[in-house]
Design a protein around this ligand. Structure first.
Ligand code: 5AD
Ligand code: SF4
Length: 418
């Protein structure tokens, strides 16, 4: 979501004659696009601001946008008096006001809804992988999560607006579309004729465009995985066989306290249905360890479900108490040391499963998408349908390539274009 927001802002600035610099000491305007989901992310923003304010060019405009702006509100100005603007995740389209009037501090953390999508210019060229947001906010109110506070209640964008953006991306260079939303599979839009559109309708409409060759979406809430969407995995070949569907914990008690009211049996049932619709599908998850009151037995159940589902490419985090959330006030907060131990154990298991999956890919042919150069600058990195990086030596590097996987390690694959 933040990558997408950044692309829209960059397009707006380019249209006004700005160019990108590599070092903030050269910049005339410095914007930190921020995430508040864990305390560490927020802390990083303020330590970066501490550095930037002493090192920036005199007169350079600096400010923050996104969820930290909304989390800290006017307190951000108290902590960093040099800030010129503080704009929430739904008001960054007001940025041009600060360019026109840099002497007046700009502050807006309102939850305005969808205006930002229409007010900023679209980039003239799309990256090969185009992110298309289809909703804002989230109605799920998990007790640990700050997102319903920072991004507000869930609003789905009009179907026609989304398809207009997909078409624009397809006409300007996109090969792969990734639909985005905090609760992406909960997308639901009813137009003035009373027709209701779901994510499956968006996928079907995007797949009709010839330039769009691959479609994915993230991030999914388990109980919104309706049969029409599961069916898409059976019928729509452009939909990639990879799904991020966070379970967060394998303990029924913890899930209840997280306010994620699905049973493990239901979750497993949905995964089974997905696998029978698309046998090569792989699932990834997000996990939180050390949620308040999590016992050793609860944690053991998280390991069990990870082994059972055989998640690939997952993300795991230590629970981080956040302002404006119910879990931050719960008794039995877990000591940092235990959280770290549990994270270590879970990460090891997830890495082992990933490694086994990577090994199983050796010898397979997969259509992969170009991502860019690797860190050394000597090789190309492609992404498999399962988002594994695949290192390839090639002169030509087409956007999409059929790749024969020759080798694997824990984090990446190697392959040859065939
Ligand atoms: N602490 C730790 N992880 C969190 N997440 C959301 N809120 C918190 C929190 N307070 C994780 C969840 C979510 C991912 C985006 O971030 O796993 O799926
Ligand atoms: Fe946060 Fe995701 Fe839960 Fe929504 S569904 S409250 S974004 S963790």
């Amino acid at each position: 979501m933040n990558v997408y927001d950044g692309q829209r802002i960059a397009a707006m600035l380019r249209e006004r004659g700005y160019a990108q610099t590599d070092t903030y000491t050269d910049a005339d305007i410095i914007i930190l696009n921020t995430c508040a989901v864990r305390a560490k992310a927020t802390d990083k923003v303020f330590s970066a601001l501490g550095r930037i304010r002493t090192e920036k060019k005199p007169g350079a405009i600096m400010g923050i946008i996104g969820c930290v702006a909304r989390e800290s509100g006017t307190d951000a100005f108290r902590r960093v008096p040099e800030l010129n603007f503080v704009l929430g995740p739904q008001s960054y389209h007001k940025l041009p006001e600060i360019l026109e009037n840099p002497d007046v501090r700009l502050f807006n953390i309102d939850l305005g809804g969808l205006e930002k999508f229409d007010e900023l210019p679209m980039p003239n060229t799309s990256p090969a992988l185009a992110y298309i947001p289809i909703q804002e906010g989230c109605n799920h109110c998990c007790t640990y999560c700050i997102v319903p506070y920072t991004r507000g209640r869930e609003i789905s964008r009009p179907f026609n607006d989304v398809i207009r953006d997909v078409t624009h991306a397809a006409n300007t260079g996109a090969t792969e579309i990734c639909f985005l939303g905090q609760n992406v599979n909960g997308y639901k839009y009813t137009d003035i004729d009373g027709t209701t559109y779901r994510l499956s309708d968006l996928i079907r409409a995007a797949a009709k465009l010839d330039a769009v060759q691959r479609i994915r979406f993230t991030s999914s809430y388990p109980t919104e995985m309706t049969d029409d969407l599961i069916d898409m995995f059976r019928t729509e070949v452009k939909l990639l066989p990879f799904l991020n569907m966070p379970i967060q914990s394998g303990s029924q008690n913890v899930l209840t306290r997280m306010n994620r009211p699905y049973t493990l049996d239901l979750y497993i049932d949905i995964v089974d249905k997905l696998r029978s619709a698309r046998p090569d599908i792989q699932i990834s998850s997000d996990f939180i360890v050390g949620f308040p009151g999590e016992t050793d037995a609860d944690f053991e159940q998280t390991l069990e479900i990870a082994r059972h589902i055989r998640y690939i490419n997952s993300f795991s985090f230590k629970y981080s108490p956040r302002p404006h959330t119910a879990a931050a006030l719960m008794p039995d907060q877990i000591p940092e040391k235990i959280k770290s131990q549990r994270l270590y154990i879970l990460d090891k298991l997830l890495n082992d499963i990933q490694r086994e999956f990577n090994d199983a890919c050796i010898g397979q042919d997969m259509v992969c998408m170009l991502d860019g150069r690797d860190k050394t600058g000597h090789h190309w990195v492609y992404r498999t349908p399962y988002m594994q990086p695949c290192i390839v030596d090639t002169e030509t590097a087409p956007t999409l390539a059929q790749i024969h996987v020759t080798d694997a390690n824990k984090a990446s694959l190697r392959g040859k274009i065939i």
